[in-house]
Design a binder for this molecule. Structure first.
Ligand code: 13P
Ligand code: SF4
Length: 409
């Protein structure tokens, strides 16, 4: 359990006033930018969302495809989609599961673009990865472009620290950023192995450039690695030289990219204080993409898979406030609600959402039943739609970085 006191004042990087890149101006699904995680709208005719036969159609198409298709579902997916997933998981588990299914000709990835890219990198050339809606991107991944990161590396080189710096990139990044990481001797991490990734990286060099989620980087450095907030600096790609002096870069151990998740960024210290008042005895359990002060005030912190396992192991009658995406929290609240289970009454566990306001990930939510039906029916008719394919050069180095992650102890 995290017993650390609420931490020092928020660093400048904790504020959510990140200046948007031009990419953020693209309307979801209405435009295309090859560098964006957001992709473009689906071509083709989608079934109507009001079609009462959608569930049956998805089932029939999946049956027609048989062993040829493997459907992966991230925990943030809607219930209507997750029911068709062959496996569900956090980013790490899904990457491993995709790599462990060489017999499936088609991998349908119900998640977001960077996850589908990683699946393409980790599967064989014979396998084709499909993202049912190309507009399912990730705003955090969009906060670090290849050009910005190359410029950052030049700044580190100028300051004389690049040789001592190991890049560690969160899974939530484009294939280009993963390739940069592989090329420069670094590794990928997810929220379930970030501590082990940092441990490994500090065995290779003196500093880490952590991309693109400043919060996961800071939380892992301080909570798991025993560093102080002063060991961390924030590199702002919208400022000359990242807004840092060469001296600041030389003194830092963790150089955090100024990116964040807008979904998890909504949880504040007030949300924690408020729920503790509203629900006496509540355990606060949050995802490490939350701001540092929220994580420091929480009782438990971990990936989506960790959140599920913690609730499964929790005693009946316990109370929980969860700080992560709402589809997952709602599913868990229903699953553990008091009532009949297998004909037996169960006492249940009280599960509430950490914030009072609704907090879905809008891009995860892009994958809905009409898109899934469209993708599965097209595949069953022999037409591969919305294929995600990483170019060979990018794949080579991104794979290196991903394999380093998979080999972490
Ligand atoms: P997990 O790896 O914990 O599932 O989190 C991934 C995530 O934030 C997807 O946005
Ligand atoms: Fe990206 Fe946040 Fe959505 Fe995860 S929850 S896909 S980090 S925007």
């Amino acid at each position: 359990m995290n017993t650390a006191p609420p931490s020092a004042p928020a660093t400048p990087g904790d504020a959510l006033d990140v200046q948007p890149t031009p990419l953020a101006l693209l309307l979801l699904g209405r435009d295309a930018d090859p560098r964006s995680e957001r992709g473009v709208e689906c071509p083709g005719d989608l079934p109507s969302p009001s079609d009462p036969g959608l569930i049956e159609r998805a089932r029939a198409a999946k049956e027609r495809l048989g062993e040829k298709v493997f459907v992966l579902g991230h925990h943030y997916q809607r219930d209507e989609v997750i029911q068709f997933a062959d496996v569900t998981g956090d980013s790490f588990k899904l990457a491993r599961d995709a790599a462990a299914r060489p017999e499936a000709e088609y991998i349908v990835f119900c998640g977001v673009h960077f996850m589908a890219e990683s699946a393409d990198i980790l599967t064989s050339d014979r396998q084709q990865v499909v993202l049912p809606d190309l507009a399912a991107g990730c705003s955090m991944a969009d906060m670090a472009t290849a050009e910005q990161v190359a410029e950052c590396w030049d700044v580190l080189t100028e300051a004389g620290v690049a040789d001592a710096t190991v890049p560690v990139s969160y899974m939530n990044s484009s294939a280009d950023i993963k390739a940069f990481t592989g090329r420069h001797g670094g590794t990928i991490c997810t929220s379930s192995n970030a501590g082990r990734a940092l441990d490994w990286a500090f065995g290779q060099g003196e500093k880490v450039l952590f991309l693109p989620d400043q919060h996961l980087g800071r939380n892992t450095a301080v909570r798991d690695m025993g560093m102080s907030l002063e060991d961390c600096v924030v590199y702002n790609p919208h400022k000359p030289n990242g807004g840092l002096t060469p001296e600041e870069l030389r003194a830092a151990k963790m150089i955090l990219w100024r990116g964040h998740c807008s979904v998890h960024g909504r949880f504040t210290l007030d949300s924690v204080r408020d729920v503790r008042e509203r629900v006496p005895g509540v355990n606060v359990l949050v995802h490490p993409e939350c701001r540092h002060e929220v994580v420091a005030a929480a009782d438990y912190v971990g990936s989506t898979e960790y959140i599920i396992k913690t609730l499964e192991a929790a005693p009946a009658g316990s109370k929980w406030a969860i700080g992560t995406e709402l589809n997952l929290v709602r599913r868990l609240a229903n699953r553990f609600a008091p009532g009949l289970r297998h004909g037996e009454p169960q006492e249940g566990k009280e599960i509430v959402f950490l914030d009072r306001t609704v907090c879905f990930c809008s891009t995860m939510n892009r994958i809905d039943l009409p898109h899934l039906v469209w993708a599965l029916e097209s595949l069953a008719d022999g037409k591969v739609v919305n294929r995600i394919q990483v170019d060979p050069e990018t794949e080579k180095f991104a794979k290196l970085a991903l394999e380093r992650m998979l080999a972490l102890p």
